[in-house]
Write a protein that binds this ligand. Structure first.
Ligand code: IVH
Length: 664
């Protein structure tokens, strides 16, 4: 497992560095490295993540598409949110979509347009008086990043357009920015020649290029665009007319679209492109099906975050065959043991895959994955690659079923699997792997930069650090004695440790690693109790009274604070000088009220809704109890709705909720 942990360490270090340099450049105007060096860091991260997709997390700086806009760029609020599409994986779902469309539109005939779904980055381009003004990424759909100069450097983006007939002063087009396969190969060849890390796939390379701080670098990356949306439509009556008009205006449109009189011929298009797509100079991951007539589109409207007039048909996930070199187990912070297949590296859908998680013992047994087996693996989008099945006909002689080791690979303690649990655990609280993971979690949560895996390992080996409180007693001499530490780096680390003492209850709780308590649980507890002492003494009932804290979490928290070792650790941390600013909940109109949300809202995301509740003094909970004041119900509500009805909790629909937020 060593290699995987080292990779994780490196990845985390790169993410911290990149975020640090983003801040230096954009917020503080004090860049500490050149753009080329920044570029190299970003590329290394992209490369590492593609080699270890199991370590990819949504908060990585490389995953900014579909996540809140980076602070490295100015924010652009989209005039109309950039929505996503409902997905279909089976042809039957396409039929179902057509039936739904017909149910809404009655007996009128419905024509469709099919377009290839380009695997790039969604972009919005704003034009005023015929001139290109703003280019923005999708971001979280509501606000994106202002990458105006970068987009401007893409050759196929017209800087001036001749606007046909009567057209409004300002209009917006949307489409995809992508890197042609050929440019991607050339870029990787250049990087290889310079001994630099390579990009794993064109999409990553394009994302990296668009999100450059220096537009000159973007320009060198040979990006391309396909534009498919125009708003306002300027007299066009159908999607096909929009595409034609976009073409006349000088935008680059994808020629591989087709107009269909009804759903029947759509299937032929899907079949055709499932094969033909491999011959294109760009990657497509599916087909977008759109109701052609704009009037019908308007009639169909939107459900939650997707238009009801369009559907993304996804081609089946890309699979590949490879060999399992080894199955190793990884010990996490809480002692949970995860088996991971180490694979002979193989290219799947443009990404090299060398690890696949096997989740737990039962999963390995169910699939009967063995060392040296030939297996089919698959990846769909950015999810962790998985082993689909073993190719039994190719199983070599003499393999044996995989068995969960009886002992922890790191400390030798007997592993334990409780009745009815899928997880196998190392229950030795002093297991070096757990201690190390715990320390890593602690320094990450406390935002102490510069504690790498190797540093913690050395500190542990020398007996200088056994638990997080020891970090606060390290001396400069001790740090200087470690590999790779000089005078300046030791002092920097000490300064950062010192700075982390000034913290708040939320961060402290999250850093402790209380069972089941992540950032949102820590926030809820900190806001409710205000300070540490009452929380330490709280009963299960008192804990359950906190909005967002259910019975399991309440039990876990109470049990944690009842443990003598936990109390000793907390006392030692406080004695070391950690000071906790109390988390004060803003007072407001909703003070004392607890809201629970179910289903999706059309006008805001769930985190946005929770933020607004909190800003007005209210609390956002995750499960419905008698103490819940309101259940807010969006599209496709879950079982919370029934529970709320049973408990007679007042129910608000989106409109009523909006009114409550807005009333003065
Ligand atoms: S139409 C209301 N057309 O797929 C959304 N999208 O899941 C209208 N995409 O974010 C999108 N090719 O980035 C549309 N020909 C195409 C597309 C396309 C790729 C992407 C786009 C969007 C995502 C939808």
């Amino acid at each position: 497992m060593q290699a995987l942990e080292e990779a994780q360490e490196r990845i985390e270090a790169l993410r911290r560095q990149i975020e640090h340099h983003n801040r230096q450049y954009h917020e503080l105007d004090r860049p500490q490295i050149t753009d080329a060096e920044y570029d190299a860091l970003f590329r290394q991260l992209v490369e590492m993540e593609s080699r270890h997709p199991e370590l990819l997390t949504p908060d990585s700086p490389t995953q900014r598409v579909g996540s809140p806009p980076s602070q490295a760029f100015a924010k652009v609020t989209h005039r109309v949110p950039m929505l996503s599409l409902a997905n279909a994986f089976e042809r039957e779902e396409v039929r179902e979509f057509d039936r739904r469309v017909h149910r809404v539109l009655g007996s009128s005939p419905v024509g469709y347009v099919t377009e290839l779904k380009i695997d790039g980055l969604a972009m919005s381009l704003l034009y005023e008086d015929g001139r290109y003004r703003i280019g923005a990424t999708r971001g979280d759909g509501y606000a994106g990043e202002d990458v105006t100069p970068n987009v401007k450097s893409i050759g196929s983006v017209p800087l001036r357009v001749t606007v046909p007939g009567e057209f409004p002063r300002s209009f917006e087009v949307r489409g995809e920015v992508y890197m042609p396969r050929r440019s991607f190969q050339r870029l990787n060849e250049e990087l290889a020649a310079q001994g630099k890390p390579l990009f794993a796939n064109p999409r990553n390379a394009a994302a990296g290029a668009v999100r450059q701080l220096d537009p000159k670098i973007t320009a060198g990356r040979r990006l391309e665009t396909f534009i498919y949306a125009l708003d306002p439509a300027g007299g066009a009556r159908s999607q096909a007319e929009i595409l034609a008009r976009l073409g006349e205006m000088g935008f680059r449109i994808n020629p591989n679209f087709r107009v269909h009189p009804d759903i029947e011929s759509v299937f032929a298009f899907l079949d055709e492109w499932e094969e033909k797509r491999h011959g294109l100079d760009y990657e497509t991951d599916g087909v977008v099906l759109k109701v052609d007539d704009l009037g019908q589109q308007a009639e169909l409207g939107f459900v939650s975050r997707s238009p009801r007039w369009a559907l993304a048909f996804k081609f089946p996930p890309e699979q590949a065959e490879t060999t399992v070199d080894d199955i190793k187990v990884y010990v996490g912070r809480t002692g949970v043991i995860t088996p991971v297949a180490w694979l002979e590296p193989v290219l799947v859908g443009g990404t090299t895959v060398s690890r696949a998680t096997l989740h737990n013992e039962d999963e390995v047994a169910r699939k009967d994955v063995r060392e040296r087996d030939r297996v089919v693996i698959q990846r769909a989008g950015d999810v962790i690659p998985e082993v689909v099945r073993v190719i039994l006909e190719k199983r070599p002689a003499g393999t044996r079923p995989w068995r969960m080791p009886a002992h922890c690979p790191e400390c030798g303690t007997s592993l334990v699997r409780e009745e009815g649990e899928a997880a196998t655990r190392c229950i030795n609280p002093l297991c070096p792997a757990q201690v190390r993971e715990h320390l890593r979690h602690f320094v990450a949560a406390m935002d102490v930069e510069g504690f790498g895996y190797a540093t913690l390992e050395q500190l542990m080996e020398r007996g200088l650090v056994r638990d997080p409180s020891d970090l606060y007693h390290l001396s400069k001499e001790q740090l200087l004695s470690l590999d790779g530490f000089a005078d300046k780096s030791s002092q920097n680390l000490l300064d950062r440790i010192e700075a982390s003492k000034e913290t708040d209850l939320t961060r402290f709780l999250a850093a402790l690693g209380v069972p089941h308590v992540g950032w949102s649980g820590a926030t809820a507890l900190a806001e409710h109790f205000g300070s540490l002492e009452p929380l330490r003494r709280a009963s299960v009932d008192e804990l359950q009274a906190v909005g967002g804290i259910g019975p399991v979490v309440a039990e876990g928290v109470q049990a944690y604070f009842a443990r003598p070792e936990a109390n000793r650790l907390i006392d030692r941390l406080l004695a070391a000088g950690i000071r906790l600013a109390s988390a004060e909940r803003p007072q407001g109109r909703l003070s004392g009220k607890t809201f629970v949300l179910t289903g999706s809202l059309g006008s805001m995301t769930r985190p946005q809704a929770e933020e607004r509740i909190r800003a007005l003094g209210g609390a956002a909970g995750s499960s419905v109890s008698r103490k819940t004041d309101y259940l807010v119900v969006g599209q496709d509500p879950g079982s919370k709705l029934e529970r709320a009805q049973r408990l007679k909790v007042p129910i608000l629909d989106e409109r009523a909720f909006q009114k409550l937020l807005e009333e003065e």
